[in-house]
Design a protein around this ligand. Structure first.
Ligand code: ZN
Ligand code: ZN
Length: 285
């Protein structure tokens, strides 16, 4: 397998095992590439040498039959046989050398690329490590800050709880003091205020029984009675005299009569001090 030649067409580079095209410029191509390219023109696709002679391009079988092997060089003189063999061997050596050179070139190229990539990734690695170390430093600094903040929070919460306890104690003390101090004073205040109210209540309650039934009814029914002091004996006597209505009078009749009385009384009082009016009235009468 290592002795197999490779198609010289740049884009192909196929390992040759069955049929191949061989040129006088010592190049070899696979069956597909050779057939396609040499149908276009007789120019080597690898080195662009013009191949116009009859034996410049030959299609060969890479797996020759036993009969072909027996017959191809049969009858030739030994020096011809040896010359043909040596030329075929030199073709193979050239192809192998070409392939080795190409592989070395590719290897060097790959090495250069690998060196470049190594440098690039070393840079990337160093920058990433630097970033990582800075991030680690930041994380440790953040942790320290977090711990200090936690400590501060705990201290402040303890202080707050202490303050709350003090506040509750003070509140309870304040409540107790208020209960002790305010309760008697309010009791006194109630006592101080109570007697007048009670007295007033007594007064009002006492008013009711004292007042006569007629007075109460009159007070409830009319406003005119308010102007006049309740329970004045002369008015009561006056009420009875002018009204000739029967005894079964209802409230409205009484009210009317009382209004008449007030008017009468007013006239009389007006007439009494002024001599002229009285004189005039008397004259008119
Ligand atoms: Zn090919
Ligand atoms: Zn060539």
């Amino acid at each position: 397998m290592d002795n197999d030649l490779i198609c010289n067409y740049k884009k192909c580079r196929k390992r040759l095992t069955t049929f191949a095209w061989v040129t006088s410029c010592s190049h070899i191509f696979c069956d597909e590439d050779g057939t396609r390219e040499f149908n276009k023109c007789y120019t080597c696709p690898a080195c662009e040498t013009s191949l116009s002679d009859k034996f410049d391009i030959v299609r060969i079988d890479l797996q020759p039959s036993e009969q072909y092997k027996s017959m191809v060089l049969a009858g030739q003189r030994p020096e011809v046989i040896m010359e043909i063999c040596s030329r075929a061997m030199s073709f193979w050596t050239y192809q192998s050398h070409q392939e080795r050179t190409y592989q070395e070139y590719m290897c060097n190229k790959a090495k250069e690329r690998s060196v470049q990539l190594e440098k690039y990734y070393e840079q990337v690695l160093s920058t990433t490590q630097a970033e990582l170390s800075s991030l680690k430093n930041q994380i440790s600094a953040n942790r320290k800050e977090l711990e200090s903040t936690k400590k501060r929070f705990n201290e402040v919460s303890e202080k707050l709880m202490e303050r709350n306890r003090q506040h509750q104690k003070l509140q309870s003390m304040y409540d107790a003091l208020r209960r002790r101090t305010i309760t008697p004073s309010s009791f006194d205040g109630q006592l101080g205020r109570a007697p007048p109210a009670a007295l007033r209540g007594h007064d009002s309650s006492f008013d009711m029984p004292i007042a006569t039934g007629q007075d109460v009814l009159a007070r409830q029914s009319s406003l005119s009675n308010v102007l006049r002091p309740a329970g004045t004996p002369p008015e009561k006597e006056f009420v009875l005299r002018p009204s000739s209505t029967p005894v079964q009078l209802n409230l409205s009749h009484q009210d009317l009569s009382s209004v008449h009385i007030v008017q009468n009384r007013f006239n009389m009082e007006l007439g009494t001090p002024s001599k002229r009016a009285g004189g005039y009235r008397r004259g008119a009468d």
